[in-house]
Ligand binder design. Structure first.
Ligand SMILES: *Cc1c(COP(=O)(O)O)cnc(C)c1O
Length: 227
């Protein structure tokens, strides 16, 4: 048992709780996704022993191997990395959640390839809120149409949005970007989409994201160490 992973997890959980308290939110309104990319099955086992069940992965093949090695544990796997068309089948067959859907074609393939014996794939649409040119993510303008189309796919369940904003210079700027994501999220909800997940905030901007309404923070380094 790696005690530093257990200690890191309890520190991160305490930080989430403090950020919730500062924002006047219930600590149960924000869940923690432990980002285990590049770390082996043993690190995930240690985190599970310390009470963590949801894990995020970026690299599909690496994740599939890890998921196979950890089949004995009741873990929930989230794909948070870019998805090429030729990788959709692996994602549809092995993951519980996908945060990084940003094109209808990928969503359609995931829906077609989701095995019938598994529950619907839980999906967030990745939105490029701050307009970084080379970044993945759909533009805010194109988001409503994509969201409606994804919500209509039979083997996917649209749960919300995911963002990876650039690091801003000040906390106020960071919060402004997170607030834009929250506004897009609220707008989709007001159009009747039953969304409950805003996947927003990483090790560095967790508190700002929680202050602006994040419901799931994705933390790697602060749990597992430097990659
Ligand atoms: C790597 C990664 C994270 C975790 O980042 P840390 O800085 O290690 O906490 C979160 N989200 C995504 C999409 C990532 O690729």
């Amino acid at each position: 048992m790696n005690t530093s992973i257990a200690e890191n997890l309890s520190r991160v959980r305490a930080q989430i709780e403090a950020a919730c308290q500062a924002a006047g939110r219930s600590p149960h309104s924000v869940s923690l996704l432990a980002v285990s990319k590049t770390w082996g099955p043993e690190a995930v086992r240690d985190a599970h022993e310390a009470g963590q069940t949801a894990f995020g992965e970026n690299y599909i093949q690496e994740a599939v191997d890890k998921i196979g090695a950890l089949r004995d544990l009741p873990l929930q796997w989230h794909c948070i990395g870019p998805i090429q068309s030729n990788k959709t089948r692996l994602v549809a067959e092995h993951f519980d959640w996908v945060h990084s859907v940003d094109r209808l074609k990928i969503a359609q393939r995931l829906s077609e390839q989701r095995p019938a014996e598994l529950p619907p794939l839980q999906v967030c649409i990745q939105v490029n809120v701050d307009g970084g040119e080379t970044k993945s993510g759909i533009s805010p303008q194109e988001l409503p149409a994509l969201a409606q189309a994804v919500a209509a796919l039979p083997r996917l369940q649209l749960r919300g949005l995911m963002t990876i904003p650039e690091r801003a210079e000040t906390d106020a700027q960071m919060r402004a970007v997170h607030a834009q994501a929250k506004a897009l999220f609220d707008n989709l909800r007001s159009q009747g989409l039953p969304l409950d997940t805003l996947s927003m905030g990483m090790s560095a901007d967790m508190a700002a994201a929680i202050a602006e309404g994040s419901t799931m923070v994705r933390v790697g380094t602060a749990i597992f160490g430097r990659r």
